[in-house]
Design a binder for this molecule. Structure first.
Ligand code: IPE
Ligand code: IPE
Ligand code: MG
Length: 253
């Protein structure tokens, strides 16, 4: 683990890492257990990865914990997940404060049970003075919900005279998204072998490097995160330019 971390260039960390935490259900099934057992173990991975990101000095970490589509799962799994979520965000406040981590939530809170919203709001308030890692939980979140919401809000502000339609640009769109305060993710990780985006940060991931691993979320630990970051740092991010241009820019810098 020490040798892995020593391969990371601390000056070229991704400013924002986004993770689709997938595979809890399959992990549980492989142990002959119910799906919720996988979700409980997934919490340990969340703790480990949040701590690892904070130790490295990552600015933002977005964790996809529950999608809009996940409301269609069996009712017992949904209510178990909501209870686990509320319990976890409450219990983790001391650790978040100890590590100077600020909690944020993106997603459609109107669909969440009130006890879960209350727990989230309390934990956000109690960590609001921290200025280290921004931990952004995507809950009851989907990118199409977010984009639709942004379009609606921009339209309302145009009608109210707060925004001039001719002046709408990419920065305007960025600001109206739920992640408006944060830079776009530079690295997106999905665990458990699925190669899809599942309605996650469609706009924001435009130029993110994508990293897929077969590791199931409950098995994902700091070492796996380091591997993803090392992989990220070995890629050439061209942003539409040629490789020669990028190498020239790096030589000058
Ligand atoms: C990810 O694990 C957690 C949530 C979506 C809440 P899954 O529950 O999707 O696990 P698999 O994909 O069925 O294994
Ligand atoms: C995506 O995982 C959502 C979360 C990780 C919260 P899913 O397991 O719900 O995604 P699909 O449906 O397999 O694409
Ligand atoms: Mg899944």
């Amino acid at each position: 683990m020490d040798s892995l971390i020593s391969q990371i260039d601390i000056n070229r960390l991704p400013k924002h890492i986004a993770i689709i935490m997938d595979g809890n259900g399959r992990w549980a099934a492989e142990q002959g257990k119910e799906r919720l057992y996988g979700h409980y173990h997934g919490v340990e991975s969340v703790r480990n990865i949040v701590e690892g990101s904070s130790e490295l000095g990552i600015g933002c970490l977005t964790l996809y914990a529950f999608s809009t589509e996940n409301w269609d799962r069996p009712q017992q799994e949904v209510s178990g997940l909501m209870a686990l979520l509320a319990d976890t965000v409450r219990k983790e406040v001391p650790l978040l404060n100890k590590n100077n981590i600020k909690l944020h939530v993106i997603g459609d809170m109107s669909m969440m049970p009130p006890f879960a919203v209350k727990a989230l709001e309390e934990s956000m308030f109690l960590t609001s003075q921290n200025n280290g890692l921004n931990l952004i939980m995507a809950l009851s979140y989907s990118s199409r919900w977010e984009i639709t919401n942004a379009v609606k809000n921009i339209a309302q502000d145009v009608i109210a005279g707060k925004v001039n339609a001719d002046e709408i640009n990419q920065d305007t769109v960025h600001q109206y998204l739920a992640t408006g305060k944060f830079p776009d993710p530079e690295l997106m990780i999905r665990t458990s072998g699925e190669f899809r985006i599942s309605n996650f940060l469609l706009y924001q991931l435009a130029y993110a490097e994508l990293y897929f691993t077969d590791t199931r979320w409950p098995d994902f630990r700091k070492e796996n995160l380091y591997e993803a970051i090392i992989d990220f740092q070995n890629r050439e991010r061209r942003f539409g330019k040629t490789g020669a241009q990028i190498q020239q820019e790096e030589a000058i810098a």
